[in-house]
Design a protein around this ligand. Structure first.
Ligand SMILES: [Ca+2]
Ligand SMILES: [Ca+2]
Ligand SMILES: [Ca+2]
Length: 363
């Protein structure tokens, strides 16, 4: 795959958005439009010249298989988890925990250690069956259950804390209180590249009453779209593939959102600021099972976000480029002679026509 179909590079207006028409060059509000779209991958000869000036390679920090498996007893061994249906089981060094709730379908994973007791807390969620994407759509409720919960039968609504609707997973401490946070991703019905994400305070969850619900004050950030990658713009990192970042779940949060089967939006959350990067896909990515790739590139004089997806009609791939640095300067980046980066927009061209898009979970 990723075959070259043509070498055309289409310049798009950076100062306006096909979706909303908002924002201007250098703006950090509204929506940022791509500056290039081309057939082939981001390292294809058709890619913008800027790609060949990269000093540090690229960072592919794709998160392909949420959620993480837990180590709920903290013994250093990953727990064995399974769900025959209405019973979610976790086997750790202390024995087997069996969760059930009102006869509903359950699944789960790790919510990370947020209560200070060694071992990951457990993420448990209920979902309605019927979809073909398994336990990651049609979520009805989710709980964070202490990893110290003793073996045996229990109801996550009794021994845990309700965090709302979505799939909880772990990330690093992002508000500086020393406790890692929890990401809650609510996928749209039957769609895995559309939905909404919450960044929840791990400390607020851990201090909520057991058997109760976590309050809205636990929400540190609301990010449209589903958490997809953790972007790193870090010239000093030797983590060129971004794999370490995925496991650490650090870096800036990038969500993907494809609404109405027409419009693509990436959102980059950095230090509490969310910036939107939008595009209208003019060629569908329609492979059932295709998982697009988001790259975060650090160039010599700018940072870039790149969306690469497969095109059903040609068996090739297509790549969309945004400059991230206009709104997300990140680490200080200067040109070799010390002058500020030039984010001048290329000549404008009409945006391409929208097309349908769909995605299917394969991780
Ligand atoms: Ca364990
Ligand atoms: Ca713990
Ligand atoms: Ca925290």
């Amino acid at each position: 795959m990723c075959g070259v179909v043509s070498v055309a590079v289409v310049a798009l207006p950076i100062g306006s958005s096909p979706a909303t028409g908002q924002a201007g060059p250098g703006s950090c509000t509204g929506t940022n439009a791509p500056f290039a779209v081309h057939d082939g991958g981001p390292d294809d000869p058709a890619a913008p010249d800027v790609e060949r000036r990269f000093a540090t390679g690229y960072f592919n920090t794709q998160l392909t298989s949420p959620p993480d498996y837990p180590d709920s007893d903290g013994d250093g061994l990953v727990d064995q988890v399974s769900s025959p249906g209405t019973v979610f089981t976790v086997a750790n060094g202390r024995g087997e925990l069996r969760f059930s709730h009102a006869g509903e379908q359950l699944w789960g994973g790790s919510a990370g250690d947020i209560d200070g007791v060694p071992g990951d807390e457990l993420a448990v969620w209920s979902f309605s069956p019927g979809g073909d994407r398994g336990p990651v759509v049609n979520i009805t409720e989710a709980w964070v259950v202490p990893g110290s919960t003793p073996p045996g039968q229990s109801d996550p609504a009794v021994v845990g804390r309700s965090v709302g609707v979505g799939i909880p997973s772990t990330t690093v401490d992002r508000d500086g209180d020393g406790v890692r946070e929890v990401l809650l991703v609510d996928y749209d019905d039957q769609r895995l590249l559309s939905g909404s994400s919450l960044l929840l305070s791990g400390a607020a969850i851990a201090s909520a009453p057991v058997g109760g619900a976590v309050g809205g004050d636990a929400i540190l950030e609301r990010i449209p779209g589903v958490v997809y990658v953790f972007a790193r713009f870090d010239a000093a990192s030797d983590d060129l593939e971004g794999v370490d970042s995925v496991y650490r779940r650090d870096g800036d949060i990038v969500t993907v959102d494809i609404d109405g089967e027409r419009d693509l939006e990436l959102r980059l959350s950095r230090a509490g600021t969310i910036t939107t990067y939008a595009a209208t896909l003019d060629v569908p990515y329609a492979f059932p099972g295709d998982v697009p790739v988001v790259f975060a590139y650090q160039g010599e004089d700018a940072n870039y976000l790149i969306f690469n997806y497969n095109v059903a009609a040609t068996m090739g791939s297509r790549t969309v480029w945004w400059r991230a640095s206009a709104c997300q300067p990140g680490p200080s980046i200067e040109t070799p002679d010390g002058t500020p980066p030039d984010d001048t927009a290329p000549p404008a061209a009409p945006p391409a026509s929208p097309v349908a898009a769909d995605a299917r979970f394969t991780g």
